[in-house]
Design a binder for this molecule. Structure first.
Ligand SMILES: C[S@@+](CC[C@H](N)C(=O)[O-])C[C@H]1O[C@@H](n2cnc3c(N)ncnc32)[C@H](O)[C@@H]1O
Length: 328
C-alpha cells in the first residue's frame, strides 16, 4: 500500500487514465486539451492561468487574496453566512475554512463556504463528533469537504473517492491544507483493511473504478455534492448499492445535486430518479437553502442557480453479495 508522498505521486502518474465510470461530462474529448496541471508537481499547486480546465468542469480556484478581493468575498457571502449561523458549529468550521484557504494560497470562495455550511448542517443532524467509522466523500473536488471534516473532527477518517484526475487535485489540496495527515492509496480489500487499521492514516484515496470497495467497509456517512448529477445513472446506482451494503446497521447518506441535468451525450440525470428506497429514513429533504443563489464579481453580483435538492437519509440496508471481509 502506498502512503503519503508516494501515494500522491502514484495518483499523479496515473492522472491521465480515464476511469470506466467516467460520464460524457468528464470524458477528455469534452475537455480543453492539455496535460494535467498537477501531473509533474502535485506539491507546488502552480497550476497556472489555465487553471484546471484540462481536467473538466471542477470549478475555479481564485488565487486573488488581496484585501480588496477578500473584502468583496466577505460582503457577497453575507447571505450564505447568515444561513450558516443557524447551525451551532458553523463559527468554528468557518474559521477552519479560512485557515485551510490561506494554507492553500487561495481565496475563501463561495464553493468552500457552501461546504462549510454543509458540514455545520450535517453536524447539527448527526452525531459526527463521536463517530469512529469512516466518512466517504464521493466526488469532492479541491478536497473542500474532506479538509473541513479532517480539520474539525479530529478522530475522523475520510475516504476520498474520485475520478483519478480529480483525485489528484483532491490529494494535492488536502495535503497542502493538512500536511501532517497520513494519506493511503488503496486499490483492493486488503489495502483498505490495512489503511483503516492504521491510526496514522486519516485520508484513504480510492480511484472511482475501485469504488465498490465501499460495500465491504463500515461507512458511517456518505457525502455526494454536485457530483451524481454528472454521473451516468448506473454509476450512481453502484454508489447507492455500495453504501447500502456497507456492513453497519446504519449508514447515513447526504446527497445534494441538481434536480435535473443533461450531459453532453444527451443522458439525463434526475435527483428524484436516483435509486432511493421507500424505507430510507429521511432526515432532511428540501431545495438546498445555500445553493439557491451564488455570486460573481460583477453586477448584479447575485444569480439564481438551477434548483439543487439536498436530502439526508439513513439508507435502507441490503446484504452484500460477497462474503464478509473482516475489518478492524
Ligand atoms: C462539479 S464537481 C463538484 C465538486 C464538489 N463536490 C463541489 O460541490 O464543488 C463534480 C465532481 O464529481 C466527480 N465525479 C465525476 N464522476 C465521478 C465518478 N464516477 N465517481 C466519483 N466522482 C466523480 C468529479 O471528478 C468532480 O470532483
Amino acid at each position: 500500500m502506498l502512503v503519503n508522498r508516494d501515494a500522491i505521486l502514484e495518483v499523479a502518474r496515473q492522472s491521465e487514465d480515464v476511469d470506466d465510470g467516467t460520464s460524457s461530462h468528464w470524458r477528455p474529448e469534452n475537455q480543453v486539451a492539455g496535460e494535467h496541471p498537477l501531473k509533474n508537481d502535485p506539491f507546488a499547486l502552480t497550476y497556472g492561468a489555465g487553471g484546471f480546465s484540462s481536467i473538466g468542469p471542477i470549478g475555479a480556484i481564485s488565487t486573488k487574496t488581496g484585501l480588496l478581493h477578500r473584502t468583496a468575498h466577505r460582503i457577497l457571502q453575507i447571505p450564505v453566512r447568515n444561513i450558516g449561523r443557524r447551525f451551532n458549529t458553523f463559527g468554528e468550521i468557518d474559521r477552519s475554512a479560512a485557515t485551510i484557504a490561506k494554507r492553500q494560497g487561495r481565496a475563501y470562495d463561495k464553493d468552500l463556504l457552501r461546504h462549510a455550511v454543509t458540514l455545520a448542517f450535517l453536524r447539527d443532524r448527526l452525531d459526527l463528533e463521536s463517530e469512529t467509522d469512516p466518512i466517504a466523500v464521493i466526488g469532492d473536488g479541491f478536497a473542500n469537504m474532506a479538509s473541513l471534516i479532517l480539520d474539525n473532527l479530529p478522530q475522523s477518517q475520510v475516504i476520498l473517492v474520485n475520478l483519478t484526475k480529480t483525485l489528484l487535485v483532491d490529494l494535492a489540496f488536502a495535503h497542502k491544507a493538512l500536511p501532517d495527515l497520513g494519506i493511503a492509496l488503496v486499490g483492493d480489500a486488503d489495502e483498505m483493511c490495512e489503511a483503516l487499521a492504521r491510526s496514522d492514516i486519516r485520508i484513504i484515496a480510492v480511484k472511482a473504478d475501485h469504488a465498490p470497495l465501499l460495500a465491504n467497509i463500515p461507512v458511517a456517512l456518505g457525502i455526494n455534492i454536485l457530483s451524481m448529477m454528472e454521473m451516468d445513472p448506473p454509476v450512481t446506482k453502484m454508489y447507492f448499492d455500495a453504501l447500502r451494503q456497507s456492513p453497519r446497521t446504519s449508514t447515513a447518506f447526504y446527497c445534494c445535486n441538481r434536480i435535473e441535468k443533461q450531459l453532453p451525450d444527451g443522458t439525463m440525470t434526475r435527483f428524484f430518479e436516483y435509486p432511493w428506497h421507500p424505507d430510507d429514513e429521511i432526515l432532511a429533504d428540501e431545495i438546498s437553502p445555500w445553493d439557491k443563489f451564488a455570486y460573481r464579481g460583477r453586477p448584479p453580483f447575485y444569480y439564481r442557480n438551477n434548483p439543487v435538492q439536498h436530502r439526508l437519509v439513513r439508507l435502507n440496508k441490503i446484504s452484500r453479495p460477497t462474503p464478509d471481509i473482516s475489518f478492524p
